[in-house]
Design a protein around this ligand. Sequence first.
Ligand code: UFG
Length: 343
Amino acid sequence: MESKKRVLVSGGAGYIGTHTAVELINSGYEVVIIDNLSNSEASAVDGVRQITGVDVPFEIVDTCDKAALKRVFEKYDFDTVIHFAAYKAVGESMAEPLKYYSNNLESFMNIVGMMKDFNRPNILFSSSATVYGEAEELPVTEETPRQPATSPYGNTKQMAEDILRDCCRAYPDIYGIALRYFNPIGAHPSALIGELPRGVPNNLVPFVTQTAAGIRECLSVFGNDYDTPDGTCLRDYIDIVDLAKAHVAAVDRMAEGKMEAKYEIFNIGTGNPVSVLELLNTFEEVNGLKLNYKIVDRRPGDVTAVWADTHKANEVLGWKAERTLGETLKSAWEWEKRVRNIK
Ligand code: UFG
């Protein structure tokens, strides 16, 4: 890269944000992190600094606070933003929809508006496979129709995608990419950054590692009567470092002016469906331990199966998932052990 380009990472103290910041820095970008620490710790940014050896600028800013956000735009020169800052708990969004709509949409509109006002062109939005719902075809391509959202959280992802699409269409100098993540799991190989859920984890892998660590007594497998080979749900588990690298590929594409349309969408997954039981077996195998789990009723709202067709990301972004499920599940356990001081 001839000159270093700077990227603003909102929600950069979070799980995906920290890993992405590391990969951006490793690829020669300068990164500025903002985060309101509502679901993350400032120490996570120290992890990024330790891994990269770079004293990454970090400001505690809520992206819903327009005045504070404006000060960030005035202080730092960047031409790309990656917007991660959002609430992400599906269940909580059902109980408190207004909290989700106001936070997730207001913060995103503030970001897009500020990018436009400050003539900063490139917006990368973190979307989700949740937009596909119970998909009409599998694997899902970027053209597979989105289904009506089943939660306010999912709806904020769909609405933000639409906001970005419309703004790219309307404003000549704004370009957007939405990355639809499948199920991000694992941790950085250094075990210096990883996922730090507060309270009882909602997602499978943090529950698995906390059960292995003895924090949770027993893992519940939600249903084994689905129409799948072993009866448990199928998902596309994507390694967090691979996912972070997909962001670098997307930022490169924007920074190098290679976009073919003003708004583009990419699925970011492995393309491999994995069942809950397969994941548990792999976790036990690679880490040499036994998990205490039992089969319970289905969890309301779970789709039977979703996995990605990754051709577009592979061919257009030149990106491909590389780490195996075993490597990723090993890294998840290494991280949990480090956090819990387990030898
Ligand atoms: N599961 C269990 N036990 C648990 C937790 C999960 O059996 O304790 C199962 C689920 O039933 C599902 C699979 O593990 O089959 C994966 O569940 P996660 O909660 O880890 O992930 P989801 O696929 O449900 O969630 C993902 C994203 C959300 C997104 C959601 C909607 O994490 O952001 O997809 O499709 F909203």
